[in-house]
Design a protein around this ligand. Structure first.
Ligand code: GLC
Ligand code: CA
Length: 514
């Protein structure tokens, strides 16, 4: 299981209100205790700060807010001693507008740096109809009137991957970090990089959001040339033992997503069908089955994502309050039963809800670029509550205010409180991860998905045992045959007698077959 650390919000060691590498390092024992295999850290690079670190100024350095390269090496060493791998986030589709290349390109349109971006000569209209995923046109003007392309914020100019020096530089970046002991990379916007060679209009009009692009954006994403990049990156990683590449691939068609993890490309590609599924058996079953099929065809492990730093927290997405929490607990058991790699977003193991962030505290460009019509992603990026005390232990005592406000009532979600509570979300995750580590049927079984009305079943056959995960997604209690034993239930309200289980609404169980 890969645990996604939102570095800025994980743990603050020096009291500036910002999470950092030393803070994360001090919390590694927690991750080992929880049962994590690897951690993926959101971008740690010096950044312009326009998009939560995804606007990188220097790919071979650490933002001083987070520490330095020595801190990262110390983190990797400590993690390894605890049996944890460290995976970094690499951002090849765009740089920050403060990156030295873009600065040089602004200063001189004829510079070699200018060839590394997409510029177009001054004219009244932008070169095409492409839209930014954060809202508005994907083209902005330079001070001297040229257009430049940014599929995200204007502070994130898109790189021109048809210019060979771009590829060469990223390959050096990969080696830089691999030489420092990291176990691989989560590749941001891996379905991007190359654009249509003629920068032609996308067909018709469209209003993009972050996940699941289809044919309406055929000219902007998923160009065939990008796969050659992943082949080269794979060859580099193959030179370092036990490393991996996992791509963020926001395409609607899972067959296309899976092509990014063909045997000579990345080891995995992140798919977001589960993350987008409403609480209903058909939609969950389809999400699971289509991913098993698509990744099975290319021989790659499926990836499962229920939450990340771009999406509303699960508890809230599934209805909020007791209902949302019950569903998030059940969804956790479903995800951790499935074969492949599960990705757990920091704080989801605590059942954190989406926080309401006051407008004046917001940071996300989505909020600003939509003129406030979209709430933005800040509410899923709030600092972690560690202790049930004022300040919730994110920072040392007497520290500056946290970079995003932590709701006062979040003491109730604190790690310290949940570790002592046998019924907490954290305890559920820890138990589930321990079972998953012990039983091959969970996480590496041969899975079949079935539905009957509001009940979803995943039956996983492992080498030595068969486990069924049964989820009741309906409004009434259902009777589930259970000849074997109950390994784990998402609620204490499960009654097992005479070979069957009464499964309440919004709950899940793991049962053995004999
Ligand atoms: C990815 C990241 C997101 C970021 C975007 C631009 O989708 O997950 O947080 O805003 O790329 O880099
Ligand atoms: Ca700090």
């Amino acid at each position: 299981m890969v645990y996604q650390v939102y570095l800025r919000s994980f743990a603050d060691s020096n009291g500036d209100g910002i999470g950092d590498l030393a803070g994360l390092r001090s919390r590694l024992p927690y991750l080992a205790w929880l049962g994590v295999d690897a951690l993926w850290i959101n971008p740690h690079y010096p950044s312009g700060g326009a998009d939560g670190g995804y606007d990188v100024v220097d790919y071979r350095a650490v933002d001083p807010e987070y520490g330095d390269v020595a801190d990262l090496e110390a983190l990797v060493d400590d993690a390894r001693r605890l049996g944890l791998r460290v995976v970094l986030d690499v951002v090849p589709n765009h740089t920050s507008d403060r990156h030295p290349w873009f600065q040089a390109a602004l200063a001189d349109p004829d510079s070699s740096a200018a060839a590394r971006y997409h510029f177009a000569p001054p004219s009244d209209e932008p070169p095409n109809n492409w839209q930014s995923l954060f809202g508005g046109p994907a083209w902005s003007r330079t001070p001297d009137g040229r257009w430049y392309l940014h599929l995200f914020a204007p502070e994130q100019p898109d790189l021109n991957w048809r210019e060979p020096s771009v590829a060469a530089d990223f390959e050096e970046t990969l080696r830089f970090w691999l030489d420092r002991g990291v176990s691989g990379f989560r590749v941001d916007v891996a379905y991007g990089l190359f654009k249509d060679a003629g920068l032609r209009d996308n067909p018709g009009s469209y209003a993009p959001t972050l996940f699941g692009h289809g044919p309406e954006q055929a000219m902007t994403w998923n160009q065939p040339e990008v796969h050659e990049v992943w082949r080269r990156w794979r060859a580099i990683c193959d030179g370092y033992p036990d490393t991996m590449l996992v791509g963020e691939v926001c395409l609607a068609d899972l067959e296309q997503v899976a092509r990014y993890s063909r045997p000579d490309e990345m080891h995995q590609s992140l798919s977001f069908r589960l993350l987008k599924s409403p609480w209903a058996t058909e939609s969950f079953a389809e999400a699971v089955q289509s991913a098993l099929d698509a990744f099975g065809r290319v021989g790659a492990p499926a990836s499962w994502v229920l939450g990340n730093h771009d999406k509303e927290r699960q508890v809230t997405r599934f209805g909020g309050g007791t209902v949302g929490t019950a569903r998030a607990r059940a969804a956790a058991l479903l995800m951790l039963a499935l074969p492949g790699s599960a990705y757990l977003y920091a704080g989801d193991e605590l059942g954190l809800p989406q926080a309401a962030v006051p407008d004046e505290a917001k940071r996300d460009p989505i909020f600003f670029r939509s003129g406030g019509t979209r709430a933005g992603r800040d509410g899923c990026r709030i600092p972690m509550p560690w202790n049930a005390s004022a300040g919730v232990g994110f920072s040392p005592e007497g520290a500056a205010e946290p970079w995003l406000p932590i709701p006062a009532e979040w003491e109730q979600y604190a790690v310290s409180r949940q570790t002592r509570d046998g019924g907490s979300m954290l305890t559920l995750y820890r138990r589930a991860l321990a079972l998953r580590a012990a039983l091959p049927a969970l996480g590496s079984g041969d899975a079949t998905v079935g539905t009957r009305g509001d009940v979803l079943t995943v039956r996983s056959v492992g080498e030595t045992e068969t486990v069924r995960c049964v989820v009741n997604m309906g409004a009434g209690t259902v009777l589930v045959p259970c000849p074997g034993s109950v390994l784990l239930a998402s609620t204490a309200r499960v009654h097992h007698s005479a070979g069957s289980i009464a499964l309440p609404p919004d709950t899940a169980v793991w049962v053995t077959e004999d």
